[in-house]
Design a protein around this ligand. Structure first.
Ligand SMILES: Cc1cc2nc3c(=O)[nH]c(=O)nc-3n(C[C@H](O)[C@H](O)[C@H](O)COP(=O)(O)OP(=O)(O)OC[C@H]3O[C@@H](n4cnc5c(N)ncnc54)[C@H](O)[C@@H]3O)c2cc1C
Length: 340
């Protein structure tokens, strides 16, 4: 089903348009508007794209993406892209290629000993999936916190990763869970570790007109393993978190035998905090070791002040607390699984 049907289109001038698309006014521009993409300023919002293609297969999507006569880009739920187009943070496009009706991109299943989640699976389905809750609890929690019910019904995991923000909730969870993305081009397919998918804020390493995310492969959870996700959000916040953390760990009697930590935004891209992981690995789970891990995490993180969310100092103050709490959740879950 196309995005326009899923989020409710309205009929304007004989043509369906998104209810998300605001009306451009000819009134005086705000300072923010003056910074926006010049080709959008004063533009008719109906002209933000010319052609909308509902792809039926990955090859179909890639062909249209490559052959469109003007700028083309992928769209899934549209909850990021539509706003960016409408607000002038993304230049208008000739062709939007909708990938939500491609069957292999909406699969969620166990495949040859791994959990596969298609890039076009919406967050609502991920958070309620028994398979995801069993094998990737951090991801189920993260997807369940994204936006509100309307956003979760529409927005997808692939879109969350494709937007490449350093604190996107689903992306941070996938990073700690050691997921690999399946990337398709007309030349073939490859698997890319989450760590290698990003170049900078809002910039993925995919070739824009040549590649797309088909889905994500995650290891199945072992008997002494568990994961957890937690975030710090503004009380009225609906979009990106002030801070978020995901922890995957493996334990034996009283010790952490292996651990992965992702914290967003701890730098320009979603990433693992490998020094903090090294401090914890093969160590007892106690206050002293966790304190050393917090110290390592703060040293290897680079926080910044963001106008709408938080100061750098607040992030620095909260990051250690968030790590302690997320670690405790994962530890408790792993211990409970051992004692079952
Ligand atoms: C009200 C509101 C609240 C939100 N709250 C949160 C939140 O709490 N946490 C959070 O992390 N995010 C939040 N978001 C942001 C957004 O909803 C998520 O990032 C969502 O997962 C984006 O998915 P989408 O399918 O809508 O992506 P789209 O908007 O369709 O696409 C986003 C980007 O990804 C690209 N893309 C899409 N699919 C693919 C693919 N298969 N391969 C490669 N590139 C692709 C698109 O070209 C585009 O650049 C919120 C947004 C809104 C509007």
């Amino acid at each position: 089903m196309a995005i326009r049907d899923r989020i409710g289109g309205v009929q304007i001038g004989g043509r369906r348009s998104l209810t998300l698309a605001a009306t451009a006014s000819g009134k005086e521009k705000s300072p923010l508007e003056k910074c926006r993409h010049p080709s959008v300023l004063g533009a008719d919002p109906m002209n933000l794209w010319k052609h909308y293609h509902n792809a039926q297969t990955v090859t179909d999507a890639l062909q249209v993406l490559a052959e469109a006569p003007g700028r083309a880009c992928l769209i899934a739920g549209g909850t990021d892209l539509m706003l960016d187009l409408q607000q002038g943070n993304h230049p208008p496009v000739h062709t939007l290629v909708d990938v939500t009706a491609i069957p292999e991109m909406t699969a969620l299943e166990i495949r040859e000993g791994e959990l596969f989640i298609g890039a076009s699976v919406p967050h609502a389905r991920i958070t309620t999936s028994p398979l995801v809750r069993e094998h990737a609890a951090a991801l189920a929690t993260a997807c369940g916190l994204i936006g509100g019910p309307q956003v979760r019904n529409t927005a997808t995991l692939g879109g969350n990763v494709g937007h490449a923000l350093p604190a996107a909730d689903g992306t941070i969870a996938l990073t700690a869970l050691d997921a690999e993305a399946e990337v398709a081009s007309l030349g073939g397919r490859r698997r890319v570790p989450m760590d290698e998918l990003f170049l900078g804020p809002g910039e993925s390493s995919l070739e824009a007109r040549r590649e797309l995310l088909v889905g994500f492969y995650l290891p199945l959870r072992g008997p002494n393993q568990a994961s957890a996700f937690k975030r710090v959000m503004r009380p009225q916040g609906v979009a990106i978190a002030i801070l978020n953390a995901a922890v995957w760990l493996q334990c034996d009697d009283g010790r952490i035998t292996d651990v992965h930590i992702a914290l967003g935004p701890s730098g320009p891209v979603p990433r693992r905090l490998r020094n903090a992981e090294s401090v914890l690995r093969d160590q007892p789970y106690d206050e002293v070791v966790v304190g050393q891990a917090v110290k390592a995490l703060l040293e290897e993180s680079s926080f910044r002040t963001s106008r709408h969310r938080s100061t750098q100092a607040y992030r620095h103050h909260m990051a250690g607390i968030l790590l302690e709490e997320t670690l405790a959740l994962a530890w408790q879950a792993a211990r409970e699984r051992i004692s079952r």
